[in-house]
Design a binder for this molecule. Structure first.
Ligand SMILES: Nc1ncnc2c1ncn2[C@@H]1O[C@H](COP(=O)(O)OP(=O)(O)OP(=O)(O)O)[C@@H](O)[C@H]1O
Length: 712
C-alpha cells in the first residue's frame, strides 16, 4: 500500500510572509498540527501549532509575521513510497506528522501518525479477511487450539469431515471431540516445531494430519492441525493392491496351465494369452498378438460362437497344427454385460490321457469280472448274500430264515409288498437240501379258471385244445423242490381245499387223469395280507392257514430299516450300471437324506425303480435330487398306498375311508400317466403288478378305466 492513499490532502498552506493571525485562522479550518510554508509551490519549511501557542503565551502580537517560527528542516515522504517506508521515516525523524511531496516535489498533503495507524489497521483487516476466506475455502480441515488445548478456530471442512456442530466446538477442550490429536498438539505446543505429517485412523476415517505451532510475538500461544481425508484413497489403494495380487495369481495360474488360454475383448481382439497358447501357435512374445483378432491368430477356433452368438462351447475336437485339440470357449460377462470371451485349448498330454482312460476301462472290466465271480461264489455259499442289509433286525431275520431252511416245515413269509419275500423264499430253498427246483406261482395273478390246471396240470386229452401228452402242473415241477405260493391270501376258496389235500397227502390227480401222482413238495407261502384276519372273515381256510404257517417269518418294511438305504442304493447302482452300460458313481448325500425321510410304501422295489428312472435323467456321475421321479413327492404328499395289516380302531376306520379315496385317486393318476399301461403304472407307483391288479379290483377301477382310457 502506498502513502498517497492515506495522505490528508487538506493541509494548511502559508506564505513565508503570513502573520500569526493568518496562521491561526488557517489552523482553525483544518485539523492538522503543522502548516506548510511554500513559495512558488515549493516547500521551504513548516510551522507547528505548538510554536504559535508558545509565541502567544509570550504576548507576541497576532500581527507578528510567522517567519521566526518557521522550521526549515522538514521530514518529508514521497507520495508513492510504501507505508512501511513512511513508518520508518517518521520513527527515525521522531515526528508525528510528515509532509508528503508529489513527483514535482510540491506539497501533496500531510501524513500523520493516526493516518499511519489507520492505514495499518486497514491492511491488517484486509489480510485477516483474506486469511479467513482462505482457511474457510481450504480443501483441508483446519482446527486450532490455544495453549490450554481449547479449540479457538475451525473451518467448515473440519465440521463436515468430523461431522461436528460448530456451535459446541468453540472453546471446547480438544479431548471432547478429537482425542486422537491431543498427543501431537501437546507435542507441537511444547516443542514449537512443525510435526511430521501423521496418518491417523479414527471413527471411519483415515486422515493425514499436520501439526503447526501458532506464534504471537515469537511466543507459542497455540497449535493448529491440518487434516487431509485419505479414506477414499486408502480404499482405492487397497482395491488396487488386491487387483494387482489377483492379476498376479491369475497370471501364474494361466502360466501353469497345461492348456492354451486366450482372452479377447468384445470385438475379438486378444487381450491376453498364456504360455501354452503361445507355444501352440509358435508366438515368441505376447506383444505380437495383443490387440490382434483371435480369428486371424487362431482361425481354427470358431470364435464367433461366443463373440457374436454368445454361445458357450463345452469341448469340441478340433485339429490344430496336426494336434487333436479339445477346444472350449465362452463369453465373459460382468454385471450382466458381455465384455469379451475366453478360449481354452487342451492340446498337451491328450495321448497320455487316452492311455490312462484305456487302462481304467480295462481295470473296470476286470473288477466287474471279479465282482461277478465273487457274487457267484458267495451265492453258492451264502444264499442270503443277495439280500443286501446291515440292519440288525434283518440279520436276525436271516438267521431265522437259515434255521427255517434246514427244517422240512412249511414257511409263511409275511411283509409289505416289495420287502423281499420272494428273495428270501428262494434263499431258503437254496439253503435247504432239497434237490428239486424252486417253482413260483403268483396266486393273485392267475385267472381263477386256470388256477387248477396251473397247479395240478392236465392229462392228455383232458379238454379240447389240451396239449398232446398233457402238461405237468406246478406241483409236479416242484417235486423234491419248493413251491413258492406268492400272494397266497388271494387264492380262491375252491383251490384252497385242493391245496390242503395235497399238503396233507402229498398226492393229487392231473385234471382229466385217473392216476394219482405222488409228490414231495415243500411249500413256502408269502402274503402282504393279514391271513389271520382273512381266516376270521371266513375268506381263508383255517386248516390251510395252520398247514402253511408252521414257521412264520415277518420281513420289516424298508421305513423300519432306513439304515439299509445307503447300502441298497449302492447295490442297485451297481446293478443298473451293468444293465444300462452306464458308469454312475453313486447318489448324492442329499438324495440319501431325502430317501431316509421318505416312507417307501413300495419298499425296496420302489427304491430300485426310483433309482432306475433316475439313471435316465442323470447325465453326470451322480444321482442328484433333481433326477428323482416326481412321483416320490406325489406319493409322499398324497398319502400313498397303504398296506398296514394292523387291527384297526374305529377312528382309523374313518381315516381309512379317506385314505382309500386318495389311494384310488393316486392309482387313477398313475394309470392316466401311463395311458392305461398297467405295468408302467405299477412301476410309477412302486408296487408289483399283482398289487396294482388287486387295488384296481378293490376300487372297481377296471370299469372306470375302460370308460376313461380305452375310449380316449
Ligand atoms: N434286501 C434286499 N437286497 C437286495 N435286493 C432286494 C432286497 N429286498 C428286495 N430286493 C429286491 O427288491 C425287489 C422286490 O423284492 P421281492 O419281489 O422279493 O419282494 P416281495 O416282498 O416278494 O414283493 P411282492 O409282495 O410285491 O411280491 C426285487 O427286485 C428284489 O431283488
Amino acid at each position: 500500500m502506498k502513502v498517497n492513499s492515506f495522505t490528508t490532502v487538506n493541509y494548511v498552506n502559508l506564505s513565508p510572509t503570513a502573520t500569526i493571525r493568518e496562521a491561526i485562522s488557517a489552523f482553525l479550518r483544518y485539523r492538522v498540527d503543522i502548516g506548510c510554508i511554500t513559495m512558488n509551490n515549493k516547500l521551504i519549511g513548516i510551522v507547528h501549532k505548538n510554536s504559535i501557542y508558545r509565541a502567544l503565551i509570550h504576548d507576541t502580537s497576532l500581527d507578528t509575521p510567522i517567519k521566526p517560527l518557521i522550521n526549515e528542516s522538514v521530514i518529508t515522504i514521497q507520495k508513492d513510497q510504501t507505508l512501511y517506508d513512511a513508518r520508518d521515516i517518521m520513527i527515525k525523524g521522531n515526528v508525528s506528522q510528515a509532509v508528503v511531496l508529489d513527483e514535482n516535489d510540491e506539497v501533496y498533503g500531510i501524513m500523520s501518525k493516526s493516518d499511519l495507524v489507520n492505514s495499518h489497521m486497514t491492511a491488517f483487516q484486509d489480510t485477516m479477511g483474506r486469511m479467513k476466506s482462505l482457511i474457510e475455502n481450504l480443501q483441508d480441515a483446519v482446527i486450532s487450539v490455544n495453549s490450554n488445548l481449547r479449540i479457538t478456530t475451525f473451518n467448515q471442512t473440519a465440521l463436515n469431515l468430523l461431522n461436528l456442530n460448530g456451535k459446541h466446538l468453540l472453546d471446547a477442550p480438544i479431548d471432547r471431540f478429537l482425542p486422537p490429536f491431543r498427543r501431537w498438539l501437546i507435542e507441537t505446543l511444547k516443542t514449537g516445531k512443525i510435526q511430521d505429517a501423521k496418518r491417523i485412523s479414527f471413527q471411519d476415517l483415515t486422515v493425514i494430519a499436520s501439526f503447526i505451532p501458532i506464534r504471537e510475538m515469537n511466543i507459542v500461544t497455540g497449535a493448529m492441525v491440518v487434516l487431509r481425508d485419505v479414506t477414499s484413497y486408502e480404499s482405492i489403494a487397497h482395491e488396487l493392491e488386491t487387483t494387482k495380487r489377483l492379476k498376479k495369481i491369475l497370471d501364474s495360474a494361466l502360466e501353469l496351465a497345461y492348456d492354451g488360454v486366450a482372452i479377447t475383448d468384445n470385438h475379438g481382439q486378444i487381450t491376453m494369452v498364456n504360455k501354452g497358447f503361445m507355444e501352440l501357435y509358435q508366438i515368441k512374445e505376447q506383444i505380437e498378438v495383443i490387440g490382434r483378432p483371435i480369428s486371424k491368430i487362431a482361425p481354427q477356433i470358431p470364435s464367433e460362437k461366443s463373440l457374436k452368438h454368445n454361445e458357450k462351447m463345452e469341448g469340441e475336437l478340433i485339429p490344430i497344427h496336426n494336434h487333436q485339440c479339445i477346444v472350449a470357449q465362452m463369453p465373459i460377462y460382468q454385471d450382466g454385460k458381455k465384455f469379451g470371451a475366453i478360449f481354452k485349448i487342451i492340446f498337451q498330454q491328450l495321448e497320455a490321457w487316452k492311455d490312462i482312460l484305456q487302462h481304467m476301462e480295462k481295470l473296470e472290466s476286470e473288477i466287474s469280472y471279479y465282482r461277478g465271480e465273487l457274487y457267484r461264489i458267495s451265492k453258492d455259499t451264502n444264499p442270503f448274500a443277495t439280500v443286501v442289509s446291515i440292519n440288525a433286525g434283518m440279520e436276525t431275520f436271516k438267521q431265522e430264515a437259515s434255521i427255517a431252511a434246514k427244517s422240512l416245515s412249511n414257511v409263511l413269509i409275511t411283509g409289505e409288498s416289495g420287502t423281499g419275500k420272494e428273495l428270501f423264499a428262494e434263499g431258503i430253498h437254496n439253503l435247504s437240501d432239497r434237490k428239486g427246483t424252486f417253482i413260483k406261482v403268483n396266486c393273485g395273478a392267475i385267472p381263477e379258471e386256470l388256477l387248477e390246471s396251473e397247479f395240478f396240470g392236465y392229462a392228455d386229452g383232458a379238454f379240447t385244445g389240451a396239449k398232446k401228452g398233457g402238461k405237468p402242473g406246478k406241483f409236479e415241477l416242484a417235486d423234491n423242490g419248493t413251491l413258492f405260493l406268492d400272494e397266497i391270501g388271494d387264492m380262491p376258496p375252491s383251490l384252497q381245499v385242493k391245496l390242503l389235500r395235497v399238503l396233507q397227502e402229498q398226492e393229487f390227480e392231473r385234471i382229466g387223469a385217473t392216476k394219482t401222482t405222488k409228490v414231495n413238495v415243500r411249500i413256502i407261502s408269502a402274503t402282504n395280507k393279514d391271513l389271520a384276519e382273512l381266516v376270521r372273515q371266513g375268506v381263508f381256510r383255517e386248516d390251510l392257514y395252520y398247514r402253511i404257517h408252521v414257521i412264520n417269518l415277518h420281513i420289516p418294511p424298508l421305513r423300519e430299516r432306513l439304515d439299509d438305504i445307503p447300502l441298497l442304493c449302492n447295490h442297485f447302482i451297481n446293478k443298473i450300471n451293468k444293465k444300462t452300460n452306464k458308469n454312475i458313481v453313486g447318489v448324492s448325500p442329499e438324495v440319501i437324506n431325502s430317501f431316509q425321510h421318505y416312507h417307501w410304501p413300495g419298499n425296496i422295489r420302489q427304491l430300485e425303480n426310483a433309482l432306475e428312472r433316475a439313471f435316465h435323467y442323470s447325465h453326470s456321475k451322480w444321482i442328484e435330487l433333481e433326477h428323482l421321479p416326481k412321483e416320490l413327492d406325489l406319493l409322499k404328499t398324497k398319502n400313498p398306498i397303504h398296506f398296514s395289516t394292523r387291527p384297526e380302531t374305529n377312528l382309523e376306520l374313518d381315516r381309512k375311508k379317506s385314505i382309500n379315496q386318495t389311494e384310488k385317486d393316486v392309482i387313477l393318476q398313475a394309470l392316466k400317466k401311463s395311458k392305461g399301461n398297467r405295468t408302467k403304472a405299477a412301476e410309477l407307483l412302486g408296487v408289483s403288478r399283482t398289487t396294482l391288479y388287486q387295488k384296481m379290483k378293490k376300487y372297481h377301477i377296471k370299469e372306470e378305466m375302460e370308460l376313461r382310457f380305452t375310449s380316449s
